[in-house]
Ligand binder design. Sequence first.
Ligand code: URA
Length: 211
Amino acid sequence: MTTPEVHHIVHPLIQHKLTLMRDKNASTSSFRRLLGELSTLMAYEITRDMPLHPVQVETPLETTTGQAIDGKKLALISILRAGNGFLDGMLSVVPGARIGHIGLYRDPKTLQAIEYYFKMPTQMEERDAIVVDPMLATGNSAVMALDRIKQLKPRSIKFVCLLTCPEGIATLHAAHPDVPIYTAAIDRGLNEKGYIVPGLGDAGDRIFGTL
Ligand code: URA
């Protein structure tokens, strides 16, 4: 059994903003804004190993060789609907990224994930995929999303969430040991309804104001 590759991104700004998001009295607009800010901050760490290629650039003084990323090679894949809360913040630093969506819902009885939507960028085999969902809870949706995305053979895959717990990490790692997990916090566990505790509640409802 391998150890899961978990990148617990610890930074005072991230911890502070996450605490504000956990507050049940945070308004929908604050919650959404904070998630946007957090996803930009997390993108900095998540993209740390993005490949660079040399490019010639003319400064006002002379020609030199700089390094550039190819943002178009990146596919941000949102697990609907809460994953969409991550997109704008990440796009603010990698605006050329292509976007995919996968729609899954959790059967409230079995907590199993069922797919209802799947639309990915073309030529996924040439792209690095970053799959986003704020909450890695039971891990069932994440496993199913990764099963489907892997059929398109992306060059690499990372899984990004805001919050997770030991159960979510174990489930995802058991099914996809090759996929690193990036998170801002690892909470205590799951309650009987499959919510992360202490958590922040239903991320989708809090982003979209559908409480
Ligand atoms: N999905 C959420 O939005 N919140 C949880 O705590 C678990 C799953």
